[in-house]
Design a protein around this ligand. Sequence first.
Ligand code: THG
Length: 270
Amino acid sequence: MILIGEKINGTRKQVGEAIEKRDADFIRDLALRQFQGGASYLDLNAGSLPEREPEDMAWLVEIVQEAVPDATLCLDSPNHKALRAGIQKAAKTPMLNSLSGEQFRVDGVLPLACEFGTELIILPISDSGIPGDAAGRLAVVRRLVEMTRKGGLPDEKLFVDPLVMAISTGVENGNITFETCRKISEEFPRVHITCGLSNISFGMPLRSILNQAFLVLGIQAGMDSAILDPERRELRGMMMAAETLLGKDRHCMNFNRAFRAGKIGPAKGA
Ligand code: THG
């Protein structure tokens, strides 16, 4: 699994304050902890007003890449000015989060991704909203993949997000996501599939258990990436167990190695 760490998100209160105060130590610590938790990509969302966002994004890029030079940055914004400001500060080509079928993103984000040859998250949202079923989401994805191919981006650089809506607001929301995953991997076998995992459990008790079960079912449906909190030990164990049981871990080597390194299973002293 390709893990994208979600924690550097300015819509979270403490992170928003740290960005405003330019508290580099706070951000560096979040970056390092997530990378050590197995996130090879770090999502950066400044969460600020559009006027401030380019400046805030550039600052985040500077701080995070200095703290964790081996991580790839995932710039999370609908605002092409913030994305460009981040790209220009980045030492290594970042991933962009995200392109959707909304016209302003097709006009703003798509040309940037093609110009810099970035990896790119694709959301099945159009100007008429989020399609309620898998077929509708596939139609948006199909239209967007046509555009990225035309722009010269190989499918391997795409991370399609099937969109995860809270199970508390619709009991079919899990199934709709899984069906979308299956159809995407069938029609576009070379793209990655990612998602914002914790969306599924908004408004529910025992969120951690719901997130774990959802991740397992998502992996079976073809997800090979997720935007999540990589410090959650129970989630890491469940993810590695699912990969092993689905034949994605040759000789069960990753599972055994993670166990011996103390990365899964009971924490020391527990
Ligand atoms: N798809 C894509 N990008 C995304 C999302 C998605 N980016 C933003 C978001 N969704 C994923 N990122 C986060 C970041 C932080 C939290 C959740 C998702 C988070 N959640 C706590 C909670 O859920 O209660 C908030 C509590 C806290 O402040 O810690 O932290 O779906 N492409």
